[in-house]
Design a protein around this ligand. Structure first.
Ligand code: 3HC
Length: 680
């Protein structure tokens, strides 16, 4: 775990705890003992701490959280580093995150590679840096830069760290340790950070909290981070650390951190595919084809272009092709205008795009993604055509959001090469990709689909084949519940407010307005068989048409719509419905609990591999509030027995199509988790 070595009078301490050099019990003890021993070793004049393998250290060992802490605690180790009478240099490559960066902050000097990532991401786990980070970082870089790093959790590069005074030197990766040793040999004395005063201007904290109000609203950790950094301005190091520790423990015991830690591991578990050999060889993806230059096809293409992978995009008519590529350029330019891309990067990405009307141009592609509208006959025709031209071994993917990948695959003579790659709108932004495993999908095709999605910065989750896969299948009862309650007497705003108060980015009816009220509409204004038909008949197709359930102002903010409410009243009257008062509790059950029930069915049918995969789908595909851990984790925290009791209480309102998931009922009865109950 810890290896020490002498280079003249410089002692190196190497952290070796693969894969990320987490600061587990043995590592902490090893560093502590090495520092301690060096103090009385007259042959040692200075010390260098560095990491073996890919990085310096990713911080505290998260798997130890929630268990009794084994001594020495990280703060004790770091205090010992800072108290060393011999100067200590941290030599940073790869990542120095969380406790890893705190170790480096305890050191007296820091050298890093230009590409190193230095950060305090604890906030993403619902925590704050609990080993002195909130006290030492502001002493080193000042309040604004420290608040920024600690509250955003985003790492900065070695180069940026040099700019803000977080590191003393940037050195080449190849000679990092060597250079750090040479540097250490020149140092006469320690230079502790802890004794520095923090420079501080009045109003900084208030300004920061105001500027970030929207991002941190309702979240415990960012507030606590701000409070801890504030303590650094008024308290000496030891007392500030005490304050930090107390805030850290409160957060650690809270529901939000538990949920956020679940989300961290859920995301990583989703990458693991049941029943797939670990060493399956991936198919090389060097050229991608996209069929359809609509919003979806364009968004999908942008992901690949941004990752430096050439895309051939095919359309039926020139006008659609021009419109699609024009929109891609516009989106890129908007990103550049926000300073997130340079114009050279925009041009570089677009230079990798080949727009064409020639379907045969796809014959060179390693992965071809169909992104045309949802119609099985059209998709089958496209796949039959693709079968005729795609090169052997090419992966044929469909971006269908509901339809059977198995049926689509049957249109080809190579169903083993067919997979679903379901992106979420806007596809250049949303992180989720459902990788749909057809009955015949080959293991290497599935693994390549997952790896490719990761390569373009997405979070992929495996789904089996069913109508709507994991995400949209759960969305259906949610939207249905909302529509029925609207008919029974609730207002759109009342329904949506319940979801927004819970932390969803929007309610179900706002979501329909965004996606299009007219999705799936028969387009006959004289045929009014539902509330949606009634809205569609008068052109209230949603945001794109200026209004749906709501009206929209020029900033796209939703406003109550007298016209829509007239249509709703009218439809209710014609349907003979007397409106009644509907409670927020009922709205919750009929828009949220019903999703949990559907999620349990998805699990029991084996469509999702594990309940945390369902959570990842909803966090990354629909903006489910991460600090509640996702729908299934949330339900387990509320208590499955309560969820079931609530559903049963409203059973007569849940419609004829509703049935309680036997898995959910069984887990609730036996007090087990859904995964445990499924395993039997
Ligand atoms: N503790 C325990 N395990 C960790 C870990 C940690 N801090 N960080 C990563 N791992 C595990 C992952 O779970 C994964 O395990 P698996 O292979 O069994 O699924 C494995 O290490 C590899 O991780 P990734 O797949 O994430 O590897 P990447 O190369 O993609 O990313 C990374 C590397 C950027 C370091 C990323 O793992 C990461 O962001 N880690 C978390 C960093 C973090 O949050 N640190 C703060 C911890 S809290 C803390 O330090 C408290 C302190 O202030 C007191």
């Amino acid at each position: 775990m810890i290896e020490t070595q002498r280079h003249g009078t410089v002692l190196t301490i190497r952290i070796g705890n693969p894969p990320v050099n987490a600061l587990s019990e043995d590592v902490r003890r090893g560093i502590y003992q090495a520092i301690d021993a060096a103090q009385s070793d007259d042959g040692v004049s200075a010390i260098v701490i560095h990491g073996a393998g890919r990085m310096f250290s990713a911080g505290a060992d998260i798997t130890e959280f929630g268990k009794p802490l084994a001594e020495p605690g990280l703060a004790v180790v770091i205090d010992a580093i800072e108290a060393s009478a011999k100067p200590v240099v941290a030599a940073i490559h790869g990542s120095a995150l969380g406790g890893g960066l705190e170790v480096a902050l305890g050191a007296h000097y820091r050298v890093a590679t230009a590409s190193a990532k230095l950060g305090l991401p604890e906030v993403a786990l619902g925590l704050l840096p609990g080993a002195g980070g909130t006290q030492r970082l502001p002493r080193l870089v000042g309040i604004p830069a420290a608040l920024d790093m600690i509250v955003s959790g985003s790492p900065i590069s070695g180069t940026k760290a040099l700019d803000i005074g977080l590191v003393d030197k940037v050195v080449p990766e190849a000679s990092l340790v060597e250079d750090a040793i040479a540097y250490a040999a020149t140092l006469d004395a320690p230079r502790p950070t802890g004794t520095r005063a923090v420079s501080f201007e009045g109003g900084e904290f208030e300004r920061f909290a105001e500027q970030n109000a929207r991002k941190i609203k309702g979240l415990d950790a960012p507030q606590a981070c701000i409070e801890a950094v504030r303590a650094a301005t008024s308290l000496p190091l030891a007392e500030g650390q005490e304050k930090e520790r107390s805030l850290f423990h409160t957060l650690m015991g809270g529901a939000q951190s538990k949920a956020l830690r679940h989300a961290f591991f859920a995301e990583r578990a989703a990458a693991k595919i049941d029943g797939l050999p670990k060493d399956v060889a991936l198919r090389p993806i060097e050229k991608v084809g996209v069929i359809g230059a609509g919003t979806m096809g364009g968004g999908i293409s942008m992901n690949f272009l941004s990752a430096g992978i050439p895309v051939t995009i095919v359309e039926m008519v020139q006008e659609a092709l021009d419109r699609g590529t024009g929109l891609m350029r516009k989106n890129y330019e908007a990103t550049a205008a926000k300073g997130r891309m340079t114009s050279a990067q925009v041009e570089g990405a677009l230079a990798l795009l080949t727009p064409t009307l020639d379907f045969n141009a796809l014959s060179e592609c390693d992965l071809i993604i169909e992104a045309v509208y949802e119609n099985m006959d059209v998709k089958k025709e496209i796949f039959a055509r693709l079968d005729g031209i795609a090169k052997p071994g090419a992966i044929l993917a469909s971006n269908t959001s509901y339809l059977s990948v198995d049926e689509i695959a049957q249109a080809t003579k190579r169903p083993e090469d067919v997979v679903g790659l379901h992106f979420f709108s806007p596809a250049n932004i949303m992180k989720l990709v459902e990788v749909v495993r057809g009955e015949k999908t080959a293991p290497d095709v599935l693994a390549t689909g997952m790896a490719t999605a990761r390569k373009i910065g997405k979070v992929p989750v495996v789904s089996g084949v069913c109508f709507g896969f994991i995400g949209n299948r759960m969305l259906d009862p949610r939207l249905e519940g909302a529509m029925e309650m609207l008919l029974e007497g609730a207002t759109p705003d009342q329904i949506d407010r319940v979801s927004v108060a819970f932390g969803m980015p929007m309610g179900p009816l706002q979501m329909i307005d965004l996606a299009g009220v007219d999705i799936g509409w028969h387009r006959d204004p004289t045929r009014i068989e539902s509330l949606r038909d009634a809205l569609n008949a008068v052109g209230r197709w949603g945001q794109k048409a200026g209004g749906g359930f709501y009206d929209y102002d020029e900033k796209r903010r939703h406003l109550p719509s007298p016209v829509a409410s007239g249509i709703i009243d009218d439809y209710r009257a014609k349907a003979g419905v007397t409106p009644r008062a509907i409670s927020d509790e009922e709205i919750m059950v009929r828009t949220m609990h019903v999703m949990v029930n559907e999620g349990a069915k998805i699990l029991s049918e084996g469509i999702a591999q594990r309940s945390s995969d369902v959570d990842v789908v909803w966090i990354y595909g629909y903006g489910w509030p991460r600090h509640t851990g996702g729908p299934m984790f949330w339900a387990e925290q509320v208590g499955l027995a309560k969820i079931v009791a609530d559903l049963e209480r409203y059973a007569d309102r849940l419609g004829e199509g509703f049935s309680l998931s036997p898995l959910l009922a069984e887990a609730a009865r036996s007090g087990r988790s859904l995964d445990e109950a499924r395993a039997g």
